[in-house]
Design a protein around this ligand. Sequence first.
Ligand code: NDP
Length: 266
Amino acid sequence: MTEWYEWAEAPPADFAVIGDPISHSLSPRMWQAAFSETGLDLRYVALRVPAGKVEPALLHLDGLGYQAVNVTVPLKAEACLACASLEDFARRSAAVNAILLKGRVGRNTDGPGFLDTLSDLPVRGRNVLLLGAGGSARSVALALASEGYNLRVFNRTRVRAEEMVRDLQIDAKVVDAPALLDAHLIVNATSASLTGSPVPVRFEEAAPGTVAYDLVYGDTPFLKSAREHGLLGVDGRALLVAQGARAFAWWLHRDPPRAAMEAGLG
Ligand code: NDP
């Protein structure tokens, strides 16, 4: 469990991750490790910001002298609306996970960060089953589609998946069940793992070599089940480092200390 604060009681600091829930976030540990490694005397904290409160929270943090924030579940779409300008990928995915408070510039480092992590994985083909249609699923879907992957999308609420595919203007098929069929990669971009809920995927139908990737970190029910059926399971730590490294380079204008960030996760 990470130490966290309500946004209205935010302590003096320089950077924060905002979301709800927030106690699971490993971002403060990762960022403090990055600051120690680079000799920067800066503080990064976790703040609970409920849905509907992004705008007042950003105003408050700006007033306290915070420089920038990361945004997590369930605020990535709302954060878009709170930005004065959006970089291209954030605008197209309608999801922001990093905001520079000066000028309220929004960026999405999840999608490009996700692609960074894929290059280290033994994914044998380009067929992907994506679960979810929230802010993170949007950035992953856009990133994969822009690299030419064949996407099928399943979401608990089908209409949200349809909206996502339409809004992103990508070529992806919305499906009624999370059937693996010929998927080489299955990505769980739902927040089900945060509450320990299983996602009804029949891993026994997976082709040999299929990779299961959960954006949530740890030994989630999704990954446990995938590994029990012989799949390679990858949790969200690599993505946390990849998206954080991109935000670090943007905000601090220097190379991110990736190894220290990874080690900081424990
Ligand atoms: P959102 O709240 O925007 O979206 C949540 C998604 O999860 C929706 O598609 C929702 O479906 C689905 N969902 C929620 N509960 C369940 C359930 N019990 N069963 C099935 N589907 C469910 O969240 P985000 O997209 O921002 O984040 C998703 C997850 O990814 C979070 O857990 C977040 O922590 C993680 N993440 C991790 C990162 C990392 O660095 N490792 C980076 C980005 C995200 P519906 O539409 O039906 O409500």
